[in-house]
Write a protein that binds this ligand. Structure first.
Ligand SMILES: NC(=O)c1ccc[n+]([C@@H]2O[C@H](COP(=O)([O-])OP(=O)(O)OC[C@H]3O[C@@H](n4cnc5c(N)ncnc54)[C@H](O)[C@@H]3O)[C@@H](O)[C@H]2O)c1
Length: 495
């Protein structure tokens, strides 16, 4: 069993709280590690180290910061296979999916190498006679990230690359369920030449989170996780004077119009619903079948399901791994039962699948004739369960999505450009796919939902990330010639 410690002052740092949490291999159900759970005092000590480092790091030149980001990007690319294996070992997702996660995280490092360009301010010459006005962006100081289990490398990379490139010291509190990826990243940052203390990992649970939310030296908190926790993080962090962006859960709808290309829509629905066992915030969990496409679409989705290969993430033939924990598997099973009980048609039943004996595996479930009053429709299940809601018109499909409390991602499948454009205009969601089921924005755009999927003002990474992790200073400057000044008690005017 490995001991998973913190990372403070540029090195692994054993916990002293006396509290640890178990880490499991979801494919076997075996406990593989023990993670230190930080006390408030340990968080305080880590933040003090970060604060000291932040002062030096913000003085480092943009080219020095960019050079560290380039090196970090190279190391991450070189060692992506190793990192993917670390992810699979604790999360359970198949290795190819873990490699995909690392690749999307890598994009954020690539974006952040351009920090000299991204930090540019603006300059207005002669705003008043002999007066120039310019704006500059400066880092916030010590900032923190609190991340979920389902992307143990990518989500930390969304945050830390931008925050660090912008000149902040970054304190990461990863999920206690799969914390090793965060420490792997810490090692890469050190090897890339990042000064000690600029990237810190404090492992922990609610105690560590609360210590972060209330610490006076933490200026901003970036959070990704479930909606109830996101709301708590936003409210508590802002009440303590912090800038907070808190991304929450999702219920992503994929609308399929009658003219959609049937096979492409069915392939997309299966890939997006069951990839990573449905444990993606951008997973499609509801297909909204419009009109006469419903029967052939459900048949086409169902026909694909027996071919899905479920197994350990390390098995190169497996396409879908286990769920994260025994408790989560029970919760998902409960939803399947509730859906059947409430009258949904069980087209494929994950409970009947032939699965490995050990581990937290669950087969794929397809529920047809789901209605908005059912818990399988209302709640985020976060498992391999896809519901199909049948409607007659585009207007009904749109109403369903816009009435839903979540607004993370959505997609429309159609051959009609006008319908797609109207959907993009009408829909209340932060990320929209047109014939693309998981529309996760590339690194040079930003990621974020609407409604209960995001608390705060800015999306994450990309241009919004730079905005979140910096603040603006505007300078008004004059260089008067000797003898040209006079006393003037009037309010400054710009003529
Ligand atoms: N919107 C997005 O971009 C996005 C991306 C990935 C995951 N998610 C969401 O994350 C969830 C899955 O991740 P999870 O199960 O790790 O989420 P979670 O909310 O349980 O945990 C997220 C983080 O919050 C901490 N935490 C958990 N309970 C807490 C509490 N009561 N008080 C304070 N801190 C607490 C955890 O230690 C973890 O670091 C899903 O809802 C999914 O949709 C959203």
């Amino acid at each position: 069993m490995i001991r998973i410690s913190h990372w403070v002052g540029g090195a692994a740092h054993a916990g002293t709280s006396g509290r640890v949490g178990p880490v499991f291999n979801p494919a076997t159900g075996e406990q593989t590690g023990e993670v230190d759970l930080a006390s408030a005092a340990e968080v305080g000590a880590a933040v003090a180290t970060a604060k000291e480092a932040a002062a030096g790091w913000r003085s480092a030149s943009l080219s020095k910061r960019s050079a560290v980001l380039f090196k970090f990007r190279e190391l991450l690319a070189e060692r992506s296979g190793e990192l993917a294996a670390v992810i699979t070992g604790e999360h359970g997702k198949v290795l190819s999916d873990a490699a995909g996660e690392v690749a999307r995280g890598l994009e954020n490092a690539e974006f952040a190498t351009g920090i000299p360009h991204l930090m540019k301010g603006s300059y207005s010459e002669q705003a008043s006679t002999g007066v120039d006005v310019y704006s500059i962006r400066q880092p916030l100081g010590v900032v923190a990230g609190i991340t979920p289990f389902n992307f143990p490398a990518m989500v930390p990379l969304w945050m830390c690359t931008t925050a660090i490139a912008a000149g902040n010291a970054f304190v990461l509190k990863p999920s206690e369920k799969d914390p090793s990826a965060a420490l792997f990243l810490a090692g890469l940052w050190a090897e890339a030449g990042l000064p000690a203390g600029v990237f810190t990992v404090v492992n922990g649970d609610v105690e560590a989170v609360n210590a972060i939310l209330t610490h006076p030296d933490i200026a901003a908190v970036s959070f990704v996780g479930s909606t109830p926790v996101a709301k708590y993080i936003y409210e508590t962090g802002t009440a303590h004077g912090k800038r907070v962006q808190a991304l929450g859960g999702a219920k992503n709808h994929m609308v399929v119009l009658p003219d959609a290309e049937l096979d492409a829509a069915a392939d997309a629905a299966v890939s997006a619903a069951y990839g990573s066992a449905g444990e993606r915030c951008m997973a499609v969990s509801v297909v909204v079948a419009v009109g006469e496409i419903a029967d052939p679409l459900v048949a086409a989705i169902a026909a694909r399901l027996p071919k899905l290969r479920i197994g350990a993430g390390t098995d190169p033939n497996a396409e879908m791994g286990p769920l994260i924990s025994a408790q989560h598997r029970e919760k998902v099973l409960g939803y399947v039962a509730a859906g059947a009980e409430a009258g949904a048609t069980v087209v494929a039943d994950g409970r009947d699948a032939d699965l490995p004996d050990a581990g937290y595996f669950l087969g794929v479930t397809l529920l047809d004739n789901v209605t908005p009053d059912m818990s399988v429709y209302r709640d985020e299940i976060f498992g391999p369960v896809l519901g199909v809601v049948r409607v007659d018109t585009y207007a009904e499909a749109l109403e369903l999505i816009n009435d839903n409390k979540y607004g993370n991602g959505t997609a429309i499948f159609t051959r009609d450009g006008g319908a797609a454009r109207q959907f993009q205009f009408d829909v209340d969601a932060g990320m929209v796919g047109v014939n693309v089921p998981i529309p996760v924005p590339v690194a040079y755009y930003s990621f974020g939902g609407w409604k209960a999927s995001l608390f705060g003002d800015t999306h994450m990474y990309g241009p919004d990330g730079i905005h979140f992790f910096t603040r603006t200073k505007v300078v008004t400057s004059r260089w008067p010639d000797p003898g040209t000044s006079s006393v003037d008690l009037g309010f400054p005017q710009t003529r």
